[in-house]
Design a protein around this ligand. Structure first.
Ligand SMILES: N[C@@H](CCC(=O)N[C@@H](CS)C(=O)NCC(=O)O)C(=O)O
Length: 202
């Protein structure tokens, strides 16, 4: 198995997930910030957009951090990190696994791009204002409401959904938009103290 990886990006979620599972994996660094992702060979054989993460397993390459984490949980966690297929708990698991990349990540990405990554003349402050409003009024309250009730996003036990939600919340903290809330702080402290989190973010 091989993970195409760049620290401090969404491939850290996959590296964290692999560490939770204790599955050995070669890590192939792809410096997307230095343009490694734009090399034709990488785009033709690994990731069609030149992004990370990508995971090669059994001779097949998978992309999309949430899809990779769901695959790894099903294949290597022996029922530990995801609810049973066909249950309503599994439905809720899918909800969070999709909510993060479909709704939370794009909002944070807008904030990061228009405050940090893009050259200054290309940054659009109105987009940042709108995304910050969406984060604070819609997205963060959803995480907060659940985490005020249960230690993990699906309830009493840690699942792959916490890798996605934890990844998004630590990104929000990095972007400086995470609100001051005891439930969120307790959750982030608990996740970042996990040895697998530390291993995944080396
Ligand atoms: N939805 C994808 C997003 C992948 C993505 O955008 N990766 C970023 C790093 S977080 C990347 O590789 N960017 C390189 C670039 O923009 O050239 C996922 O969750 O895997």
């Amino acid at each position: 198995m091989k993970l195409y990886h760049q620290p401090r990006t969404r491939s850290a979620r996959v590296r964290w997930m692999l560490a939770e599972l204790g599955v050995p994996c070669d890590v192939q660094p792809i410096d997307v910030f230095a343009g490694d992702g734009r090399k034709p060979d990488y785009q033709q054989t690994v990731h069609p957009h030149g992004f990370v993460p990508a995971l090669e397993d059994d001779g097949t390459v998978l992309i999309e951090s949430a899809a990779i984490c769901m695959y790894l949980a099903d294949r290597y966690a022996d029922g530990r990190l995801a609810p049973k297929p066909g249950t309503i708990e599994r439905g809720k698991y899918y909800e969070w696994m999709v909510y993060v990349p479909a709704t939370a990540d794009p909002c944070l990405e807008t904030i990061m791009f228009h405050t940090l990554f893009l050259p200054e003349p290309k940054r659009i402050p109105a987009l940042v204002d709108r995304a910050k409003k969406t984060w604070a009024s819609k997205i963060e309250p959803r995480f907060k409401a659940q985490l005020a009730k249960t230690p993990f996003i699906l309830g009493e036990t840690f699942t792959a959904a916490d890798v996605l939600v934890g990844g998004s919340l630590t990104w929000a903290k990095m972007a400086g938009v995470l609100g001051d809330d005891p439930a969120l702080a307790r959750y982030i402290d608990a996740l970042t103290a996990r040895p697998a989190f530390v291993e995944g973010h080396r």
